[in-house]
Design a protein around this ligand. Structure first.
Ligand SMILES: Nc1ncnc2c1ncn2[C@@H]1O[C@H](COP(=O)(O)OP(=O)(O)OP(=O)(O)O)[C@@H](O)[C@H]1O
Ligand SMILES: [Mg+2]
Length: 236
C-alpha cells in the first residue's frame, strides 16, 4: 500500500457526480481532475454549491462518482467493494469537519483512541501516538478533559489529532476553521498544514477564507462542479 516517492497520493481523473435524476438532477462534479502529492496541502475554494464537499466525499470513499477514477495511496477507491471501501475510510482517510463531531462523553484522549481502534491500530501504539499528537498540537495536560471543557480552537485541534491518529494517506478538511474566530482559525489552519507536511499526508482543505487558503501549497477553484488550478501560489 506504500506509494512510490514520486507517486501522487491522491489522483482524481475525470470524476463526475450528479445527484438525483431528470428535471431535479444536480451536477455536483463535472469531469473533475486533481492530483495531490504526499505532504502537499491543496486548498479548494469556490462558491456555495460548487461541489467542494462532494469532492471530499468522493476522495474519502463516502460517495461513488458516476464516472472517473479516484486513486489514493495506490488504491483505486472507485473499484473497491462496499466493505473494502468502509475499511479504506477507517484506515486511510482522516476527516475534519466544520462541526466538531467529537464524542462529548469521551475525553480528548479517548476520542483519539476510539478512532484508532476503528482503524485497527494496536492499543499500545494508539496510546503513544495520542499522547504525542495532543502534545504536538498544544494540548498537553488537557488529554483528560471532555470536549465541553475545551475552547472551540482546542476542540478543533483535538479533531485534527483524531484525524491523524491512524496515519491516514489523506487528510480531508471541510471548512474546519469556520466556527472559530479569525486568529484561532488561522492558527488551526497553520497547524493542519504543518502536520500534513511533516507526516507526508496528502491534505485537501476546503475553505471560503483566502487567509486560510494561503497556508496551502496550491489553490484549486471549484465552480459549478469543475475544478481549475489557479496560478496564485502559496502566499505565506
Ligand atoms: N445529497 C444530495 N442530494 C441532492 N443534491 C445534493 C446533495 N448534496 C449536495 N447536493 C447538491 O450538489 C451541489 C454541490 O454540493 P456541495 O455540498 O458539494 O457544495 P459545496 O461547494 O460544498 O457548498 P457549500 O460551500 O455550501 O458547503 C449543490 O447544488 C447541492 O445542492
Ligand atoms: Mg460544503
Amino acid at each position: 500500500m506504500t506509494a512510490e516517492p514520486n507517486e501522487a497520493a491522491v489522483r482524481l481523473t475525470g470524476v463526475s457526480k450528479t445527484y438525483g435524476r431528470g428535471r431535479t438532477a444536480v451536477a455536483a462534479l463535472r469531469d473533475a481532475s486533481l492530483t495531490v502529492m504526499p505532504g502537499e496541502l491543496v486548498a479548494v475554494m469556490g462558491p456555495s454549491g460548487s461541489g467542494k464537499s462532494t469532492l471530499l466525499a468522493v476522495i474519502g470513499g463516502l460517495l461513488t462518482p458516476d464516472t472517473g477514477t479516484v486513486v489514493v495511496g495506490g488504491v483505486e477507491v472507485t473499484a473497491l467493494s462496499r466493505g473494502s471501501r468502509a475499511r479504506y475510510r477507517a484506515t486511510r482517510v482522516g476527516f475534519v469537519f466544520q462541526s466538531l463531531n467529537l464524542v462529548p462523553f469521551l475525553t480528548a484522549r479517548e476520542n483519539l483512541l476510539l478512532m484508532a481502534s476503528l482503524a485497527g491500530t494496536t492499543r499500545t501504539a494508539a496510546r503513544r501516538r495520542a499522547g504525542n499528537l495532543l502534545a504536538e498540537l498544544g494540548l498537553e495536560g488537557r488529554e483528560r478533559d471532555f470536549p465541553g471543557q475545551l475552547s472551540g480552537g482546542e476542540q478543533q485541534r483535538v479533531a485534527i489529532a483524531r484525524a491523524l491518529i491512524h496515519e491516514p494517506a489523506v487528510l480531508l478538511a471541510d471548512e474546519p476553521t469556520a466556527s472559530l474566530d479569525t486568529e484561532r482559525g488561522y492558527a488551526v489552519a497553520v497547524l493542519l498544514a504543518r502536520e500534513v507536511r511533516r507526516r507526508r499526508t496528502a491534505g485537501v482543505l476546503v475553505t471560503h477564507d483566502p487567509r486560510m487558503a494561503s497556508v496551502a501549497d496550491r489553490v484549486v477553484r471549484a465552480a459549478d462542479g469543475s475544478l481549475t488550478e489557479t496560478a496564485d501560489a502559496k502566499a505565506g
